[in-house]
Design a protein around this ligand. Structure first.
Ligand code: ZN
Length: 152
């Protein structure tokens, strides 16, 4: 659909593409501030979960759960946040966000804080210095996601 960001772009850095959905790493300030922040995007332009048939809903949610499991295993977050909003972009996508007690928005939703332009200094825990996901590289958690889909 013309003018839809998620029809015209992947919506982030592509990690995995399935015929029906894709998994992307959130780029830009949000991705810098929140380690492991991913989205699972349905490929077709569909607005609501209840516009999908039951089988497609299961495929979609199973993908969300696989991403959640991979992020839990690799990053050991304090909490996972799953969110499907789509008010700005009415094209089905789930946000899958590892949360850490000490990240810059915790315990509020990630959208509750405005990030500095560029996001360079928004790395969570930088002021605290004890942030436990710092020892996990981006390559490690991205590989965990790829492994989660390696049997497809
Ligand atoms: Zn779209």
């Amino acid at each position: 659909m013309a003018g839809c960001e998620l029809c015209e772009t992947d919506g982030g850095e592509l990690l995995y593409r399935h015929p029906k959905f894709r998994v992307v790493r959130v780029a830009g300030p949000d991705g810098e501030a929140f380690t492991g922040f991913c989205r699972v995007v349905w490929n077709e332009h569909v607005k609501e979960m209840t516009d999908l048939g039951a089988e497609d809903r299961a495929v979609f949610m199973n993908a969300v759960y696989r991403v959640e499991s991979a992020l839990r295993l690799s990053l050991n977050p304090d909490k996972m946040n799953l969110a499907s909003l789509g008010n700005m972009t009415p094209h089905l996508h789930w946000h899958v966000i590892p949360r850490f007690n000490g990240d810059i928005a915790f315990p509020k939703p990630v959208w509750a804080v405005s990030l500095p332009a560029g996001g360079g200094n928004a790395v969570p825990g930088s002021a605290v210095g004890t942030f436990k996901e710092n020892s996990v590289t981006r390559q490690e958690w991205e590989n965990a996601i790829l492994r989660a889909f390696s049997t497809d």
